[in-house]
Design a protein around this ligand. Structure first.
Ligand SMILES: NC(=O)c1ccc[n+]([C@@H]2O[C@H](COP(=O)([O-])OP(=O)(O)OC[C@H]3O[C@@H](n4cnc5c(N)ncnc54)[C@H](O)[C@@H]3O)[C@@H](O)[C@H]2O)c1
Ligand SMILES: O=c1[nH]cnc2c1ncn2[C@@H]1O[C@H](CO)[C@@H](O)[C@H]1O
Ligand SMILES: N[C@@H](CCS)C(=O)O
Length: 416
């Protein structure tokens, strides 16, 4: 039933899945609970998430809870073919392979939907969009969906505001145990890891321009600074720009920043961050990469229009030769580099442990409750459970409020 690149890669995939399982203690704990409780008996869950070993472990957790699980990737370049084969061998229904065409990408989404899911887990909202546009006959089956990332949450909020969304969505991204760790430390480490692995270049001493100082941007900036880069931040939000300045970075307009950049990393979730004449001002050898959504942050068409040739000079690196002879390098087709570059491994397992724990518990919450039509943050109870389980797994104990402290905090009478 699955459709993957090569089933002979299954053993290697299973080896990698077993490795991440050792580093995802919270999800493993939830898996054991699900095995006993079977919250998903008779339920089908369809996912559109970066398909790699940690995501497979989420699939296995849902399967342990009794679900039939069908999965595809949420980016044409991020699927790991060995993990996909391993997942298929372990009984998940898997559709997808690395380097899909756009047509194949949506066909795989369609294949997952053909399993008639009750619950959807999406990353970027492509599956939910496709379902609303192309498979409307299935809308009535859906009890609810979970959305993994900032951009997906924004798209779904926009759909809801337009009165188009047909089922409730839990914004998993907006859980504290997701964005504070995944978007910040996860994107920080995995983006730099992928850029260094792809280019084999030094970060120390380079001018690294980080576009967007949101949760991802601050992680990327801090990791780049830790590696010795001179970090420059660009923003459109005055408060975030101030934060970046007081965190110790230079802040300037993008047009100024591109003139001194050795490496640019976009993480805004917005379109056309680098576009038009920006490319004219870049230094010879400037590297461009994106860690935000889709491949729209760096305008590839504008870059192509100003170049005389494009050549893949190394895996996941395209060299654009400009009309004046300068070379500009684009990593991973401008798609999120930490997952789409051939060497992109995604976030560390310990980070996805929390994000996917919130996913698993949110899927259970959808099945066990009749939610009203909305796009809502994951319940705080789930957030705090995941945080407690993570601390326990890390061997960290914290204090409890005493009764006297609780009284003090809720009392307005006591003053100086
Ligand atoms: N690569 C990954 O693994 C990964 C992980 C998490 C999130 N994401 C994606 O990364 C993107 C950012 O996520 P986030 O959680 O940091 O969002 P966020 O909303 O916290 O931050 C985005 C920031 O970009 C700024 N911005 C918007 N337009 C800009 C412009 N033209 N120039 C400069 N700055 C601009 C905003 O003001 C904001 O501060 C989203 O697309 C999200 O889905 C990627
Ligand atoms: O290794 C990974 N496996 C699966 N998902 C990941 C990994 N790394 C990051 N993300 C997820 O990708 C989303 C953006 O598309 C992020 O929100 C993050 O949660
Ligand atoms: N699934 C989308 C959203 C990432 S933030 C992508 O891969 O670009």
């Amino acid at each position: 039933m699955s459709n993957v690149k090569d089933m002979s890669l299954a053993n290697e995939g299973i080896r990698k899945i077993k490795w991440v399982q050792k580093h995802m203690p919270v999800l493993e704990h939830i898996k054991k609970e699900f095995e006993e409780e079977k919250p998903f008996e008779g339920i089908t869950i369809g996912s559109c998430l970066h398909l790699e070993p940690k995501t497979v472990n989420l699939g296995l957790t849902l399967q342990a809870g009794g679900a039939e699980v069908a999965m595809t990737g949420c980016n044409p370049l991020s699927t790991h073919d060995d993990a996909a084969a391993g997942a298929a061998a372990l009984g998940l229904k898997i559709y997808g392979w690395r380097e899909q065409t756009d047509e194949e990408y949506y066909e795989a989404i369609d294949n997952v939907l053909s399993h008639k899911p009750d619950v959807i887990i999406d990353d970027g909202a492509d599956m939910i969009m496709y379902l609303h546009e192309k498979r409307r006959e299935l809308l009535g089956n859906i009890k609810g969906a979970c959305e993994e990332t900032t951009t997906g949450v924004h798209r779904l909020e926009a759909m809801h505001a337009d009165g188009v969304l047909k089922f409730p969505v839990i914004a998993v991204n907006d859980a504290y145990t997701k964005y504070l760790f995944d978007n910040r430390y996860g994107t920080g480490q995995s983006s730099l890891d992928a850029i260094m692995g792809t280019t084999n270049m030094l970060i120390a001493g380079k001018n690294v321009v980080v576009c967007g100082y949101g949760w991802c941007g601050r992680g990327v900036a801090s990791r780049a600074a830790g590696l010795g880069a001179n970090v420059i931040v660009t923003e459109v939000d005055p408060i975030r720009a101030l934060e970046a300045r007081m965190d110790g970075y230079r802040v300037m307009k993008i047009r100024e920043a591109v003139q001194i950049a050795d490496l640019v990393i976009t993480v805004t979730g917005n379109i056309d961050i680098i576009h038009g004449d920006d490319f004219k001002y870049m230094k010879d050898g400037c590297m461009l990469s994106n860690s935000g959504h889709f491949n729209v942050e760096i305008n590839r068409q504008d870059l192509e229009a100003q170049s005389v040739s494009v050549e893949e000079v190394r895996e996941s690196i395209e060299m654009f030769t400009m009309k004046d002879g300068r070379k500009i390098y684009l990593l991973a087709d401008g798609r999120l580099v930490n997952l789409a570059a051939a060497r992109g491994q995604g976030h560390p397992a310990e980070i996805m442990d929390m994000s996917f724990a919130v996913q698993a518990l949110s899927a259970k919450y959808i099945v066990e409750n009749d939610l009203s039509l909305s796009v809502e943050k994951a319940p705080d109870a789930i957030d705090y459970d995941v945080a407690r389980l993570k601390l326990k797994a890390m061997g960290i104990e914290i204090d409890d409020l005493s009764e006297r402290q609780k009284d003090y905090l809720s009392d307005w009478r006591e003053g100086t």
